[in-house]
Design a protein around this ligand. Structure first.
Ligand SMILES: [Zn+2]
Length: 379
């Protein structure tokens, strides 16, 4: 701490009482004190003038005597003269600057976790909010979360804590049946990250096949509700398998449904599609679910029933599939191939189960030609 210094430019004349007041005012104003006793009556130069004058004093406490020196040049002698002490009646020392606030470390960033679910087929979103993802949060609790319209699930404290998140299941409940995607379980996504998973939009693919190939959906003829909860999922299709109706030559998909879900005790129609002699294509089992059409070997196979009895009978000259029927079968297969690039093969039932006569020798003979037309290889 040093001295505060003020410089005044004051024109004054000795014995001028106004000078006294001006000095007192200046000291009071510039030094934060109420000054008094500054007047020095012994100093009485009759013709003294000055134009410059300065004073200093310590930051005195109340009641301290402070000496103020006034120097000026006498117009004739240049002697420095002195103004005597004066008392400080009141002094408010300047407040010390506030103590610096100790720096507090910034709070840690909140724990958060973000998942975006895209369609596997493209780069886009599922585009609906009915996609649900079951998560196992740090700590082990499991719960279903629904994506927003952009396929996102965003969690932050306190809903989530530090640790890892497991994706337990994905469910598209936007249609009937609901399509579970438990095969897309993924474990160990640390919190604090943003993640993307791609899930096939099965509903969209199935609907696209129906629309593109002109398939009559199950609701058109179906009378029974499949037991979806008991059925296995399948989606990695590699083989299309053709069947025939056999002796009945059955043309009514509802009767196939009744037989399969009745006397045969299946959870659903065994075939994924059925094509009648007029070329009409019916939806059978939802394609998200594994078929029941090749005993013990259904995985990866799309089952198509070509409706009719194509086993050669000596008494029956009419045991061939119709052209319009085969055209529909080929159109359906091509549509499926477009949706499932994994499909490489076309075969008849007996290719995968030698003990059966299905799909009848007249249809079986035609299968190589169908393969050539659609561009698939042998069984
Ligand atoms: Zn068969």
């Amino acid at each position: 701490m040093g001295y505060r210094t003020a410089t005044f430019n004051v024109a004054w004349q000795d014995d001028d009482v106004d000078f006294y007041h001006r000095v007192v005012d200046a000291v009071s104003r510039n030094f934060g004190v109420k000054a008094s006793g500054l007047w020095q009556p012994s100093h009485n130069p009759v013709f003294a003038f000055h134009t410059r004058y300065s004073m200093t004093h310590p930051k005195a406490k109340t009641g301290e005597m402070v000496k103020v020196t006034v120097s000026f040049y006498h117009d004739r002698t240049g002697w420095p003269l002195e103004v005597t002490s004066f008392s400080i009646a009141e002094y408010a020392p300047p407040k010390p600057p506030p103590a610096p606030v100790p720096a507090t470390p910034p709070p840690p960033p909140p724990v958060e976790w973000k998942l975006t679910v895209y369609e596997a087929e493209g780069s886009g979103f599922f585009g609906f909010s009915s996609l649900k993802v079951k998560l196992r949060l740090p700590g082990g609790a499991e719960a279903w979360y629904t994506t927003n319209l952009f396929g996102e699930i965003y969690l932050k404290e306190p809903a989530i804590t530090a640790g890892k998140v497991d994706i337990v299941d994905v469910l598209d409940d936007g249609g009937t049946p609901n399509i579970p995607y438990s095969s897309f379980a993924r474990a160990g996504f640390p919190t604090g990250g943003k993640y993307v998973i791609r899930v096939p939009n099965k509903r969209k693919v199935i609907d696209n096949v129906i629309t593109t190939a002109g398939v009559f959906p199950r609701v058109v003829y179906g009378k029974k509700t499949p037991n979806y909860s008991k059925m296995d999922l399948d989606w990695d299709y590699e083989i299309v398998t053709l069947h025939h109706s056999g002796n009945s030559g059955e043309q009514d998909p509802a009767k196939i449904e009744a037989e399969h879900m009745g006397s045969k005790g299946y959870d659903d129609v065994g075939y994924h599609y059925m094509v009648n002699l007029k070329g009409r294509i019916y939806e059978g089992r939802n394609l998200a679910f594994k078929g029941s059409h090749v005993e013990l070997a259904n995985t990866g196979k799309i089952g198509i029933l070509v409706m009719g009895d194509f086993e050669h009978q000596w008494w029956d000259s009419d045991d061939d599939p119709t052209k319009v029927q085969l055209d529909s079968v080929k159109s359906l297969i091509k549509t499926l191939m477009a949706s499932f690039p994994t499909i490489k093969k076309l075969g008849g039932h007996k290719d995968y189960k030698p003990s059966t006569e299905c799909p009848g020798e007249e249809l079986y003979k035609l299968i190589p030609g169908i393969r050539g037309d659609v561009g698939l290889s042998g069984p």
